[in-house]
Design a protein around this ligand. Sequence first.
Ligand code: NAG
Ligand code: NAG
Ligand code: NAG
Ligand code: NAG
Ligand code: NAG
Ligand code: NAG
Length: 382
Amino acid sequence: MDRVAALKHGKAHHMEMKNMHALHLFLRLHTFAQVLLLFFSFTAAESRCILFNFGDSNSDTGGFSAGLGFYLGPPSGRLFFHRTTGRFSDGRLYIDFLCEGLKINYMSPYLESSAPNFTHGVNFAVTGGATDPTVTFPLSTQVLQFLHFKNRTRELWPQGSGSLIDENGFKEAVYSFDIGQNDISKAFTANLSYTQVIERIPSILSRIKDALKTIYENGGTKLWVYNTGPLGCLPQTLALRKQNDSKIDENGCLADYNDAAKVFNAGLLSLCDELNSEFKNATIVYTDMFAIKFDLIANHSQYGFERPLMACCGRGGPPYNYVNRMTCGQPTASPCPLGSRYVSWDGVHHTEAANQLIAEKILSSKYSRPKIMLTSLCKDSN
Ligand SMILES: *[C@@H]1O[C@H](CO)[C@@H](O)[C@H](O)[C@H]1NC(C)=O
Ligand SMILES: *[C@@H]1O[C@H](CO)[C@@H](O)[C@H](O)[C@H]1NC(C)=O
Ligand SMILES: *[C@@H]1O[C@H](CO)[C@@H](O)[C@H](O)[C@H]1NC(C)=O
Ligand SMILES: *[C@@H]1O[C@H](CO)[C@@H](O)[C@H](O)[C@H]1NC(C)=O
Ligand SMILES: *[C@@H]1O[C@H](CO)[C@@H](O)[C@H](O)[C@H]1NC(C)=O
Ligand SMILES: *[C@@H]1O[C@H](CO)[C@@H](O)[C@H](O)[C@H]1NC(C)=O
């Protein structure tokens, strides 16, 4: 399937979804009670959805740039924003597409001091984010920032300023977490053995548990947890870490990295199961980002991608087009003409084309456990 066909396929999928809705509406029109139900489901659909996101560069909509005054130069943003927004991509991130699906504004970073808009929530994700407390904006700090935000919102509410998110808004908001990738990659780049990397996983999970617990104890009831992607397939990982004796899987990815990600993901899934029974009246949804991203690589030609392990923007050419300190955004790097043919934008982050597919798969609920649609979870109950 080429890119155009893939896009059409995406549209066909949307049509299918619309037809499903139409069918549901028709079935509901049978009794008066069901007409009322229909009315209420419409009003619910109109009410606002609020999202608080925690994570790393995979979902950073400008936090790193705002927080550190870091200028991410062109060609980032060339496809969609036509300016640099601090997003590590040629266009939108998966979280931007989720916002489109949820019919809310693109998320302002918590650290953005110039005209942020927090009406629909806050993005605490920062590039380099990890559970490791020694990074600049660890998960624990992002959670404290959220608590600060909530306190300030309450203080400002009587004056009619601030985000104006009310108590019910905080309770009904979706809290999403996309973290862990940097913890695992840092362990490998510290030259730990595979066994030593695996030994670090319980402490990574325990810090994620602390974060989820804190959000729950502060009134959050809808937690949306992403697992981590196949980091052994990143052009950066392959270019810098592949050795002659490295184990390579059938897709050309570093097996140890992907195996470590799978061990982490299995632990994260059981953590979500555990918390689903421990947290009363809460919903914790686990979404399999690994499967979503791995599908793009393994089945790349179906999606119109040519070289799934090569960065669009970088230096050095095939097989990975990645050279340390000559990465995308630096004058020594150059971009490919068509990002839509690549999964990887800069060797670490995805192209907008890949991000759009990732978001469609997230929104489908097919990769989630329990299978709850993000669009039905993210609704004000008022
Ligand atoms: C923030 O976004 C909301 C929703 O789109 C909009 O109604 C509001 O006017 C915006 N606030 C500012 C200050 O731009
Ligand atoms: C928020 O306010 C509560 C008191 O209402 C206080 O205990 C807590 O430490 C505050 N948290 C932050 C991060 O400011
Ligand atoms: C890890 O090993 C590589 C190659 O042996 C070396 O270049 C690098 O400095 C080491 N990294 C650390 C953090 O020790
Ligand atoms: C891998 O093998 C090639 C040729 O056999 C050799 O030139 C190169 O130095 C080796 N690289 C590493 C990282 O061992
Ligand atoms: C859960 O919800 C029920 C019904 O709304 C309520 O009675 C109960 O107190 C809640 N439990 C907790 C732990 O919040
Ligand atoms: C690749 O696509 C096939 C057919 O759609 C699917 O069955 C398979 O699970 C996909 N592979 C991966 C790794 O997702």
